[in-house]
Design a protein around this ligand. Structure first.
Ligand code: GTP
Ligand code: MG
Length: 136
């Protein structure tokens, strides 16, 4: 399922990535708790047999950019594509430590998580600019 999703996505891109020599970075972006790490893990499991990220029902589990190098996928014709898969903290407009308190965290952990999450979201935005320049 994820394999065909990924191959279809690549097919829809304006260029044929299987014929490119340059290095490709594929970033997973979205809102907190949106399933980004779950998707990144599925891609990694399907093609590498291992996971790359921690998943949780509490938002902002991913607070740092995680890069898995050398993910190689193959299309039906046997052509290979190797890329770096990038799981990100994603994009958020509001991070409030009280939301973590409501989920049962103590004040110290909740404040720490909120601080790290804020930095993670800024890093995501900066990294997006790097990815975007790369695509252009
Ligand atoms: N029902 C349902 N739950 C999902 C799906 N994908 C992920 N989840 C659940 O959603 C929650 C968040 O998943 P993550 O993969 O950690 O989401 P994330 O976007 O990486 O979250 P952050 O790193 O916190 O931003 C977890 O409890 C997952 O088990 C899905 O397709 N369907
Ligand atoms: Mg995550």
């Amino acid at each position: 399922m994820v394999k065909s999703f990924l191959l279809n996505l690549l097919k829809k891109l304006a260029f044929n990535p299987f014929s490119r020599k340059s290095h490709i970075k594929l970033g997973v972006y979205g809102p907190p708790n949106g399933g980004k790490s779950t998707l990144a893990n599925r891609i990694c499991e399907d093609w590498l047999g291992e996971t790359m990220s921690s998943v949780s029902h509490i938002p902002h589990e991913t607070r740092e950019i995680i890069i898995k190098e050398q993910v190689t996928i193959k299309n039906k014709k046997g052509k290979e594509l190797t890329f770096s898969l990038v799981d990100t903290p994603g994009i958020a407009t509001k991070i409030d430590y009280e939301d973590f308190l409501k989920r049962g965290m103590n004040k110290e952990d909740a404040k720490k998580r909120a601080k790290e999450a804020t930095k993670g979201v800024i890093d995501s935005i900066e990294f997006y600019e790097v990815l975007f320049k790369f695509i252009k």
